[in-house]
Design a protein around this ligand. Sequence first.
Ligand code: ZN
Length: 261
Amino acid sequence: MTDASATGSHTNAECEALDTPPEAFTPSAERGVLAVFPHPDDESFAAGGTLARCSEAGVATTYLCGTYGDMGRRLGRPAFTNRESLRDVRTAELKEACAVLGCNVRFMGLRDKCVEFEDPEEVARMVRAVIEELQPSTVITYYPGHGVHPDHDALGHSTVLAVRDMPRASRPRLLARAVGDRAEVLAALGPAHVASDILAVRDRKLDALRAHRSQTEVMFAHWEDEAELDDQAKAFREEFTKTESFYLLDPDAKTLIELAL
Ligand SMILES: [Zn+2]
C-alpha cells in the first residue's frame, strides 16, 4: 500500500474535486427537457430553477409526475385540506407551479407512497413512451439510492431503465438529483457533474414552491423566522436558491437499487 499523499495520487473523487469543475447547465444547448419525479412539488424543489431557465430560453419543458401526492403528511398550515381532497388540491397546486415555471405537466397515475411496489420495468415502459414521444435532449430524475424517499428511488431507477432500453443514438442525457445530507452525498458520489446557476430565476422557483401551498407553507413560515434557523437550514435555503447540482448517470451501469437486490 502506498500513501496517496506521499505519491501525489488521489482517489477518483478527489481528482474530480481538485481538477474538474462541474459543467455548467446551458439551456441553449437543449432541444427539450423532461423531468421525471414522483410527487407534485418534487419538480420545484429538485429542478424548478433549471426548468424555469429552460422555458425562458424557449426550450420545451415537461414534468412527468408519477403520483398525485395524495398520501402526503402535510395538509396545510393551518390545515385547509384533508385526505379526501388532497389529490385535487395537489393537482391544482402542481398546475399552478408549472405555469410559474413555464413547464407542461403530465401525470402517470401511480399510487402515492407505493411506487416501490410497482413492476420497475412496467413503470420504465411508461416513462420510455413519453421520452420517445417528446424526444428531450435531457431527462432529469432522482438519483436511485440517493433519493431519500422510496418513491424517489423507485421512479429514478425506472427512469434509468427507460433510457437503458433505448437505442444508444436516441438516448437523452440522464441527469440525477441526489438529496439528503450533503456531506454523505459528497462522500458517496463525489462532487456533482453538472451545475445549473439559478440565481437569475430564484424568484420564479420560490413562487413555484409557494404554489405548493399545502406542502410548503410550513417551510416558508420557518424561513421567515431568521432567529429560529440553524446553520444547516440556512445552507439549505441558500443552496436551493443559487445552484441546482446534478450527477450524470450512465444508464448502462447498474443502479444502486439493482446492486442492493
Ligand atoms: Zn417527493
